[in-house]
Design a protein around this ligand. Sequence first.
Ligand code: CTP
Length: 363
Amino acid sequence: MNIININDNKLYYVGGVVRDELLGIESLDVDVVYEGNAIEFAKSLSEAEILQINEPFGTVRVKLDGREVDIASTRDEVYERKGHLPTVTKIGVTLESDVKRRDFTINTLYKSVSTGEIVDLTGGREDLKNKTIRVLHDESFIDDPTRIIRALKFAVRFGFKLDKHTKKLQDDYLKNINYDMCYKRIKKELIETFNLNSQTAFETFIKDNIYKLVTEKKVTLPRVNIEKLINLYPVDNIWLVYAGVLGDLSRLPLTKTEQKILDDFSVTGKLKTDFEIYKAFEKAMPETILLYAILKDEKAAVKYLDKLRCIKLSINGKDLQEIGIAPSPEYQEIFDYVLKLKLKSPDMSKADEIKAARNYLVG
Ligand code: CTP
């Protein structure tokens, strides 16, 4: 790893980037920390262009050798309001102090940018070797319950297990949840976890009661394997197909599209005929259809996805006009009549459809 070209012995790579390098996998982003005040440090660099400063957090975004890098100051934080963003109490502290605000030992490794030496203050290397996720202190989940979902995310991504005591702290917290927490952060972690499309992750999420962070309603594991379903029928919002199973996402801040996916699912009742299935799903988002498959009627949803959705009428309003039918609300009835026939006989040609439309009028 040689991402930054600055020779300063107070500059460290930290967190995911060091963890991932030791695991031999590619990192999603690069976090850099300066043992001191990162903003002043960045200003002193002639080769860095300052792009953005966040004074209260002591972080700065710079452009270095054409690359954007976030540099954080080492800092102390306190969780004045549990479950919400912490408050920074001091900037420019030692690494020994900075490390205390972090989530798991595997995310606490610092690697000197100038010498490449790794500073391990919590036994993170050992835990990496043993594939163990371990919190730094007993209050960790109380301070920040998003860490429970983060632990699941890392466990699934790397095939790691929670250390026994960490699991006990998690279980304790889940029996006594403080629902006054920042659900924007919870949503972010749910997205990152469920977008991994892992049935195992979802089973742990339900069986270990992690879902209780989101809803107080009881949830049981559906019979359908969601991972397989999504592999067969890919969707954009994978996470929402998993999260939608909870049936109550009222605590999460949802976009209009996300809310529509859920609303369309809830209003769709029992679908008996192919025509009813077709009409229910023709304008629905694929995520809505998958939720229907998981929670209501897998056969009907799969029939639509495999077969019915490929069937389309060839005739349109212009064709009806050409055979002498004046535009009127009756057009919809005619289309539905022809569609019902075409769902039974998908090979109908356009001429067959026109004939069927004429028949409808006759009688
Ligand atoms: N962190 C934390 N508690 C959180 C979020 C983040 O302690 N709720 C700390 C961890 O030390 C983490 C670092 O901030 O390593 C950066 O966070 P983030 O970028 O979210 O995680 P990464 O470990 O970099 O993992 P990823 O590969 O998913 O980016």
